[in-house]
Write a protein that binds this ligand. Structure first.
Ligand code: SF4
Length: 358
């Protein structure tokens, strides 16, 4: 039988966090258990954050024993937490194989927004991004992605911090659509009522755009989209973001025009302000031409120099002129302030793009 496995080594015992709600339902069916058991187990693991099957008091002892033979419960370990003077908390989270990713809590008044990683490193190689310089090591599993939330929530509770994590941004280390299978499962966990129970409008996934996968993400309807644009033309974008160049800007814009959105939704376009690189008046005009006819809003990001990046942030005057021109053409434009720069948790310093509205 499925659960009669003995003498298994630690390595062959799977992490039950790597089952999304569909996987959990399939497991219960294979064990001959009623469907509601999947919801019970999901609730203990995600909403309850339990670390042992023994704590699942409304689950039969027999089922707990079966689960314990096949599975264990492993959440990412918080191996370091640093708090910025502005209240931003940056975590180093260590996975089962000792790989480390960063995840960041950004305070936003009455709650935190958590910025999540989806890969160890990133293969996209964006030149302004510290993660891009690391290269790529591996994809994270859905349990490792969603587990970052449970570990951060547990940390806040241990610290006696009353603020909750109310919003998620998938903008940390890695390009999420290059790990779409696991990211989709993590989104299912975020959305499921018995798991983490976030509504779609409280989750944003940021991507440079990956051909094919972008529209798969759109059709999934699991989170709001943000596009890391950062250049108004293909040639500059290719030089800044070599991994993104294969999805030619014209084709990306064509796809975005048919991206499935609810009536009042818009796609967020992210544009990091790089002095003398992408911030001139003529580039503002090019950006307006590029985005005309697209249901979008624009987030301008102040650039935080990473080590040896070779870029500088645009001057305040250039940013204001750029922003004013876009607004004069009826675009909604937000200027995002950097959070956590003193602990290298800000946009471009660790992973590219965590930011907060100013
Ligand atoms: S900006 Fe995003 S896609 Fe580009 S290298 Fe950094 S993490 Fe990867």
């Amino acid at each position: 039988m499925h659960y009669e496995i003995s003498g298994k080594g630690e390595d062959s015992i799977k992490n039950i966090l790597d089952l999304d709600p569909v996987g959990a339902a399939g497991l219960m069916e294979s064990l001959g258990e009623p469907a509601y058991r999947a919801d019970q187990v999901m609730k203990w693991i995600w909403a309850g954050g339990v670390t042992s099957f023994e704590f699942m008091t409304n689950v039969s002892k027999a089922l707990r024993s079966k689960l314990g033979l096949e599975y264990r419960i492993f959440h990412p370990r918080v191996s370091r937490a640093e708090t910025s003077t502005d209240g931003t908390v940056k975590f180093l989270m260590t996975m089962d194989d000792e790989k480390v990713v960063e995840t960041v809590l950004i305070p936003a008044g009455t709650h935190y927004t958590q910025c999540l990683s989806t890969q160890v490193g990133c293969p996209m190689g964006c030149r302004f991004c510290s993660t891009g310089k690391m290269g790529f090591e591996r994809n994270l599993t859905c349990g490792e992605i969603a587990g970052q939330v449970v570990s951060a929530v547990r940390f806040l509770k241990d610290q006696g911090d009353p603020l909750a994590v109310s919003n998620l941004v998938i903008m940390g280390m890695g390009e999420p659509l290059l790990n779409w299978t696991e990211v989709q499962k993590a989104l299912n966990i975020f959305r499921h009522a018995q798991a983490l129970n976030f509504s779609r409008r409280r989750i944003t996934l940021s991507t440079v755009g990956v051909r094919g996968r972008l529209m798969d993400f759109g059709r999934s309807n699991l989170a709001l989209p943000a596009i890391s644009l950062h250049a108004p033309d293909q040639s500059l974008r290719k030089s800044l973001m070599p991994g993104a160049a294969e999805y030619e800007l014209g084709a990306l814009m064509d796809d975005l025009k048919s991206y499935p959105l609810a009536p009042r939704e818009r796609i967020t376009m992210e544009y990091v302000m790089l002095k003398g690189v992408n911030d001139s008046p003529s580039q503002a005009r090019d950006l307006v031409r590029l985005l005309s006819g697209l249901k979008c809003k624009i987030n301008l990001l102040r650039y935080n120099p990473g080590e040896g990046a070779g870029f500088k942030c645009s001057s305040e005057e250039s940013i204001a002129a750029f922003q004013d021109y876009l607004r004069s053409k009826d675009f909604t434009v937000m200027l995002r302030k950097s959070m956590g720069a003193d602990i290298h948790a800000a946009c471009g310093q660790l992973k590219a793009r965590c930011s907060s509205e100013s």
